[in-house]
Design a protein. Structure first.
Lengths: 217, 217
DNA sequence: CGGCATCCGGGAAGATACTG
DNA sequence: CAGTATCTTCCCGGATGCCG
């Protein structure tokens, strides 16, 4: 490993997760275990050998585990350790800071996990006052449930037991609605997004995660 | 620039400041403008050409400015832009997280800026209850003043007007007292640290910035 | 399908020496 | 003092092939 030889915690953090792609791999695992092929699909620019290398390093450093799901699944997955999950504040601080960048291009592709994490990061507690909702998300085969309250947006993998609201579509379509201000009706007409359940709640949902003001170019 | 082609804010942040040494350079500028040679001294493993390259990139990205101090100084310095200063939460999140690492080696060298920033990051508001103190720090030629209150530790370059307390010595010696639990008296006997002013306050000062509990190896 | 090994090209990082 | 110039090394990324 390349070292900084610096007692500062920031330097040590960079030694542990400063390699290219490392933090993005952690981000994709932030909502639960995922498979090698899922990670490849989430991070298209990342080649298999580098992914293998990163996963090995992060495992040896104690940030994630390589385990096999219990039968009948019995497939290998990668999952963060508790300490790995504790990197979320780092991811969030970066996301919050970069959202103000004049060069940030929101039209690029985004993964389902990234989008849901951005909601968690940007939740506006004032605007969410009084809310208590179970929301489902279906991004192709990836399904998530979120429990939204004014103080917290708890997300996990899997279909919700009974959601007031379910979004179906690509992460980019939902991102356009929430972060891009595109009306839901327009996305539905274009066939990019489907909303099931409480449409009024869906409308409100799109306003709960405002991005910070951008800097002048 | 190497891109991730990802709309996620974290990815964009990594494009802007994910290059090796970049975040550590920002850290060293976090308490005010510094010169090229100071940065080299603060980051011994960083060679001049890489430093030149990083400074140029960070300037073109809008995180810092290369300007000349007004006469009679008239020397070139590098200084963060307001947006550059806004990276401190990232630095702090990393430092806080890495402090729990089983592999963190606090015996390595640390810069004055790093140490003072670690105080700001780790300030325990409970323990600091009722405090309101002006503290000076002298690390060789680098002099800082800090205004400490229960909610904030404001730091700037330069000698304090009237400090109740001044620490004189190397950053590592002060770090040993605050983060390492080494008694001030012992450091003074060893000639590593000098305390001027309110010694009782100095004693209390060393308890205000507790590190989080480490993970088992 | 889910990796790991290997080879290769390009480019970034590191060490050292040098210049205005 | 504040950077350049040059050279070497190593990491990253892509492709391919192997093996369970």
């Amino acid at each position: 490993m390349r070292r900084y030889d610096d007692a500062c915690g920031t330097a040590h953090a960079l030694e542990l997760l400063g390699d290219r792609w490392a933090l993005l791999i952690l981000r994709e695992l932030m909502l639960g275990a995922r498979r090698f092929s899922q990670l490849r699909a989430d991070l298209p620019g990342l080649s298999a050998n580098v992914l293998t290398q990163r996963l090995g390093e992060l495992e040896s450093r104690g940030l994630l585990l390589h385990r096999t799901l219990p039968p009948p699944a019995s497939v290998p997955v990668y999952e963060l350790t508790p300490w790995g999950y504790e990197t979320e504040p780092i991811t969030q601080a970066m996301g919050r800071w970069a959202a103000r960048s004049p060069h940030h291009d929101a039209s690029l592709r985004i993964s389902g996990v990234s989008l849901l994490l951005s909601f968690r990061t940007m939740l506006d507690r004032q605007r969410a006052k009084g809310i208590d909702a179970e929301v489902g998300f279906r991004f192709g085969d990836d399904v998530y449930r979120g429990h939204l309250t004014p103080s917290l947006f708890a997300i996990s993998q899997g279909a919700p037991d009974d959601a007031q609201l379910v979004f179906i579509g690509s992460p980019m379509a939902l991102g356009a609605a929430v972060h891009g201000g595109v009306p839901i009706s327009k996305l539905e007409k274009a066939g990019a997004l489907t909303v099931i359940g409480d449409r009024k709640l869906a409308q409100r949902f799109t306003t709960l995660f405002p991005l910070p003001e951008k800097l002048p170019t």
